[in-house]
Write a protein that binds this ligand. Structure first.
Ligand code: HEM
Length: 212
């Protein structure tokens, strides 16, 4: 049974990869010209497709690489519940389903506004897209992944109980890695979450100011 469950868990990557390939086709389309009239093709839902591309990227990194990394029973036996778990959890959960939720939200925001009304919220959406992705990447690169690898090495060297206790977490290098989590978090919140919130508020105000 665990074997079957592992197969289905791994197969989950397939539909999300197909979704990304589809989003990539749309991005290509937004950069092309109409065959008959020669005018640049304008697709209003550009940022929706960017977020869907992000789903594909994090699906590969978070679920594919970091999920498989901890999935083998021999690795899982030593790793379960260490920092490599939130490393996978953040990249797979926020990276895949968080970005997918953002894609659906941007789709809804864009859909209720005219081209003119969308100009201002779009600026914030662009910042939010890069802020969320860069923030998540920073969290992983500076803190979760190096911290997880250090902890796993400690499990192998000194045992699971040691790597979960103050002997491990009190070390200077581990403390530094913990604090290095902050830049990524700040980028994620300051340049990712807040601009998205501003875009939502601007959209809400625009639809409320529309003539009946
Ligand atoms: C988008 C898809 C995925 C999401 C959203 C996701 C999310 C998560 C989350 C949030 C956890 C942490 C649970 C906890 O703290 O107890 C977790 C654990 C785990 N995931 Fe995933 N996951 C995904 C795909 C995968 C894939 C494809 C694999 C491997 C093939 C995988 C293997 C694992 C393993 C082995 C654990 C347990 C780690 C431990 O207990 O230390 N995941 N997943």
């Amino acid at each position: 049974m665990p074997f079957l469950a592992a197969i289905f868990s791994a197969l989950e990557v397939v539909p999300l990869t197909l979704l990304t390939l589809d989003a990539w086709d749309f991005i290509q389309l937004t950069q092309s010209r109409c065959d008959t009239c020669g005018i640049n093709i304008s697709i209003p839902h550009k940022w929706t497709f960017y977020f869907l591309m992000a789903v594909g990227f994090w699906n590969f990194v978070g679920a594919g690489v970091f999920g498989f990394l901890i999935n083998l029973p021999i690795v899982s036996y030593f790793e379960a519940g260490t920092i490599l778990t939130p490393n996978h959890g953040h990249t797979a959960m926020m990276g895949v389903f968080g970005m997918m939720a953002m894609a659906l939200m941007v789709f809804a925001l864009r859909q209720v506004l005219t081209d003119g009304q969308w100009r201002r919220p779009e600026k914030y959406m662009r910042i939010s897209f890069w802020g969320l992705n860069a923030g998540l990447a920073l969290m992983v690169a500076t803190s979760l992944f190096p911290g997880g690898v250090l902890q796993l090495l400690d499990v192998l060297k000194n045992g699971y109980w040691h790597a979960r206790g103050p002997e491990f977490s009190g070390q200077r290098i581990v403390r530094i890695i913990e604090w290095l989590r902050m830049p990524g978090d700040l980028v994620f919140i300051g340049l990712g979450v807040i601009p998205a919130l501003i875009a939502v508020i601007l959209t809400y105000r625009s639809i409320n100011n529309q003539p009946p």
